[in-house]
Design a protein. Sequence first.
Length: 458
Amino acid sequence: MADYDFDLFVIGAGSGGVRAARVAAGFGARVAIAESDRPGGTCVIRGCVPKKLLVYAARFREDLEDAAGYGWSAGATFSWPTLIANKDREIARLEGIYRTLLEAAGVTLIEGRATLADRHTVQVGERRWTAAHILIATGGRPVRPEVPGSGFAITSDEAFQLPELPARVLIVGGGFIAMEFAGIFHGLGAEVTLAYRGEQILRGFDDDVRRHLHDELVRKGVDVRLQSQLGCIERRADGRLVAALTTGGRAERIEADAVMFATGRVPTTSGLGLEAAGVALDAQGAVAVDAYSASSVPGIHAVGDVTNRLALTPVAIREGAALATTLFGGRRVAIDHKDVPHAVFSQPPVGSVGLSEAAALSALGKVDVYATTFRPLKHTLSGRDERTLVKLVVDAASQRVVGAHMVGPDAPEIIQGIAIAVKAGLTKEQFDATVALHPTAAEEFVTLRDKREVHSTR
Ligand SMILES: Cc1cc2nc3c(=O)[nH]c(=O)nc-3n(C[C@H](O)[C@H](O)[C@H](O)COP(=O)(O)OP(=O)(O)OC[C@H]3O[C@@H](n4cnc5c(N)ncnc54)[C@H](O)[C@@H]3O)c2cc1C
């Protein structure tokens, strides 16, 4: 590989790219990484981390309300500029850590937008570098629906930098980012309307989870409009926005101080020179890769959101490490995308691992379902009208637990633990043999007894 400037040139210093670069350098490879924005990528700069900080901020409202039932009286005011400034300081600190980690690993950071000149050459600005292997780790970007006035709307990228908290927010979308920002804005005191064109929020999640979260959002005061199509957005003379929606066939106009699109993300592949290099893209415009993250062109690889496999940070990290090990570690490592746990940091939050009831039914034909809803102990004194859902989906033939789902406080933390059992292929009997940890919500996962047998109608 000595004829090239580098053994590996990574385009994109996000979750997947940085991990691949560091692991490859650890194996002794000469590595460069180009970044057009800030090292850390979506997760650190404008995704998971700032989002979770805003979620924490939003939760204080209910915590303060709940405290009254426990004898506390507290008066509190909220400052959006303080929150954003503190969040920005933390993100800058994390960005610094990413820079230090790359430097310590001996990876050359090249700041600027990179494009492929050919299958072994990358261009950044006026300069060109050659590499034996090139890794596309350019992530994804938010989709903006093509409706008149769409330029007046923000996406999650801008939501983190608003100068002030909008008093009324219309969120368009029904996926996890829409749910999370509905909880953030509502918790911080905004009036939130959520408009989603589908029949139920959170497509792809278990149907009980979708219904349960929908009902909880409505109960908390989020105005959820299903089967609602956005027609256009107008800006009035006073700066306020008006969105034209058609909800259930009925036309309506919603006034808002901010309209946020949470209508999905697309892989960042355009303008990179991929087509010219002969790299095959799939129907969604993602780089098509095999189980080892190799593209259709030898020497060009892709990991993370740009491959549109599972758009989650820990997945991008795994893919990056696996690729570096395959290329430079002397061992071919394929990625296993099965039973990856995922969360929605909504209010209340969701945690899920494995198959939904519908997916299990279609894959297995016959499943046993165990589910319960209950009022969390905390709310006996707080008086809050909120219920938790816990559900297990079990393969009727093998009795293996193939899906675990929860909506309620700490669901993501709890499901991370349950995911080990699901990944290990444990049976319902083994769940039942585990003694409960009392009093917790998590204990419901080992005390579920009422079985519902479900057969596929295929
Ligand atoms: C609002 C939001 C919340 C999220 N919350 C979660 C969560 O809670 N949990 C979770 O697991 N995942 C979450 N995600 C998803 C997660 O952020 C992504 O899955 C993850 O960041 C993907 O990593 P990546 O390396 O593929 O791409 P990215 O992290 O997006 O990194 C790609 C990098 O490439 C750079 N780049 C692009 N083009 C070029 C170019 N031509 N030249 C140089 N650099 C380039 C970009 O600037 C970027 O820094 C969230 C995403 C969003 C938007």
